[in-house]
Design a protein around this ligand. Structure first.
Ligand SMILES: C[S@@+](CC[C@H](N)C(=O)[O-])C[C@H]1O[C@@H](n2cnc3c(N)ncnc32)[C@H](O)[C@@H]1O
Length: 384
C-alpha cells in the first residue's frame, strides 16, 4: 500500500470492543463476505485482532496525512471545534492510519470506515479500539457507500461532512505473500482484495481469450507488449494452467524483450497492476463511488482523494471537473439559477508529496491528491 508501511501482523487476541458497531453489508461483496467481519460472525459486535504491540506500533505512515487533515478539518469543525456532530467517511479504511489521526485530533467526530477487505477491517478495529464508541466499520466496496450510509443511519444525500479515499492496495495486502499481489513473492495467483469474491488472477489467466487478455494488459497496465504477452499466456496455459505468481513472472521475463526489461521498472509491474485492477473491478468501482460520495456531502462538506496510478487519477480528475463545471449554456451573460457548479476545487490540479515525505515514505511517491468542497447555491459560494 502506498499509505501503509509494513508492520508485524498481530496475533489474534480476541479483544472485544462492545461499543464498536460493525455493519455488515453484502452490497458488491460475495455472499460469504456479508457474514463475517473479524474472527466471528457478528451481531453488532466487533471481535478483532489486537495489534501485538499496541496501536502506536504499526510502523504505519499514512500518505499526505497532514494535508488530508488540513483540507478536511475545516468541514469537520465548522460547527464545533472538536468536530462534534460531524461525520467523516473513510472509504478506504485500510489499517486505519488516516482515521486514527482524525479521531485523535477531533474528539467529537464520528467516523464511518469502509473496506472490502475484512482483514483490513480487523486490523483497523484493533487500532481504533480507543475510539470504538465513535466508529462504524462497514465491510463493503466503496461503490456501496450509499447503502453503507443508510445501514449506519445516514442518508445517501447530504448527510456527511467529509469523505476520504486513499486508493489502491494496502501494505498488509502486499506483505501477505499468500494474497498474490506482489510479483517479488511466489504465491498463488489470487489478487482479490476481498478474498470471498469469486474471480482470481489465475481464473483470468487460465480462461480469458487472447484478445481479452491483451485488452486487460493494455488498458489496465498500459503494457506496450500486451499482445505478445497475451499470446504467450495462451500458449503456456495449453501445457498447464497457471497457479503461481512465479510462473507468471517467468513468462513475463521471456515475453518482454531484453532492452525493454531494462527500463520502466520491474517487467512484471504493469501486468500485475492490470490483473489486480481486473480482478477487483477497481475502475468501475471508483467510477460510481466518487459521484456517490459527492452526493453524500452536505453543503461546505469536503472530499479528498489520493490516487496512485494514472487510470484512477484520470477518473477522479474527470469526475471532479464535471462537479466543478457550470451547467449554464455557454454564451449566456449570467449564471442560470440552478445551473451553478455544485463544487469548488480546493487544489490547483493535483498535489504531490514533498521530497522529504517521498524519502521517508517511498510508497507516497506516485500519489496525486485532489480535493473539492460542496458549494451552497443560496450563498452562491462555499465558505473559504
Ligand atoms: C491504501 S489502503 C488505505 C490505507 C489507509 N488510508 C490507512 O491510513 O491505513 C487502501 C485500502 O482500500 C481498500 N480498497 C481498495 N479498493 C476498495 C474498494 N473498491 N472498496 C472498498 N475498499 C477498497 C483496500 O482493501 C485497502 O485496505
Amino acid at each position: 500500500m502506498h499509505a501503509c508501511a509494513p508492520w508485524s501482523l498481530p496475533e489474534p487476541t480476541l479483544a472485544y470492543f462492545p461499543n464498536a458497531r460493525c455493519v455488515l453489508s453484502d452490497r458488491g461483496l460475495g455472499a460469504r463476505a456479508a457474514l463475517q467481519v473479524g474472527r466471528r460472525s457478528l451481531g453488532g459486535l466487533a471481535v478483532v485482532d489486537q495489534p501485538a504491540s499496541g496501536a502506536s506500533d504499526f510502523g504505519h505512515v499514512p500518505v499526505l496525512a497532514q494535508r488530508c487533515f488540513e483540507l478536511l478539518a475545516p468541514a469537520l469543525t465548522r460547527h464545533h471545534s472538536d468536530g462534534s456532530g460531524a461525520v467523516l467517511v473513510d472509504a478506504t479504511l485500510g489499517a486505519g492510519g488516516h482515521a486514527e489521526r482524525f479521531l485523535t485530533e477531533l474528539p467529537g467526530v464520528r467516523l464511518i470506515g469502509l473496506d472490502r477487505d475484512s482483514t483490513a477491517l480487523d486490523i483497523a478495529a484493533g487500532r481504533l479500539a480507543p475510539f470504538a464508541d465513535r466508529i462504524t466499520l462497514v465491510h463493503t466496496r466503496y461503490d456501496g457507500i450509499s447503502e453503507a450510509l443508510a445501514e449506519s443511519g445516514y442518508s445517501a444525500a447530504e448527510s456527511v461532512d467529509g469523505v476520504l479515499f486513499d486508493l489502491g492496495v494496502s501494505s498488509m495486502q502486499l506483505d501477505r505473500a499468500e494474497r498474490g499481489f506482489a510479483y517479488a513473492k511466489d504465491a498463488p495467483l489470487d489478487m482479490r482484495m476481498d478474498p470471498t469474491s469469486p474471480l482470481t488472477a489465475a481464473d483470468i489467466l487460465n480462461t480469458y481469450d487472447e484478445a481479452e487478455l491483451a485488452r486487460i494488459l493494455h488498458r489496465y497496465g498500459e503494457e506496450r507488449f500486451a499482445r505478445r504477452i497475451a499470446a504467450q499466456i495462451v500458449r503456456r496455459r495449453a501445457r498447464a494452467p497457471f497457479t503461481t505468481t512465479a510462473e507468471l513472472v517467468a513468462l513475463l521475463y521471456e515475453a518482454i524483450p531484453a532492452p525493454a526489461r531494462r527500463t520502466g521498472g520491474h517487467p512484471a509491474k504493469r501486468t500485475f497492476q492490470a490483473l489486480r485492477i481486473a480482478v477487483n473491478d477497481e475502475l468501475d468501482s471508483l467510477r460510481s463511488a466518487v459521484p456517490a460520495a459527492l452526493d453524500a456531502l452536505r453543503v461546505d462538506g469536503r472530499i479528498v482523494v489520493l490516487a496512485y496510478q494514472s487510470l484512477e487519477d484520470r477518473i477522479v480528475k474527470r469526475t471532479f471537473a464535471d462537479a466543478t463545471a457550470s451547467r449554464t449554456p455557454p454564451g449566456l451573460p449570467v449564471e442560470l439559477p440552478g445551473h451553478e457548479p455544485r463544487f469548488r476545487s480546493l487544489t490547483h490540479g493535483a498535489e504531490r508529496p514533498d521530497a522529504t515525505e517521498m524519502e521517508h515514505n517511498p510508497r507516497s511517491t506516485p500519489v496525486r491528491l485532489r480535493a473539492l468542497q460542496r458549494v451552497d447555491h443560496a450563498r452562491g459560494k462555499a465558505r473559504p
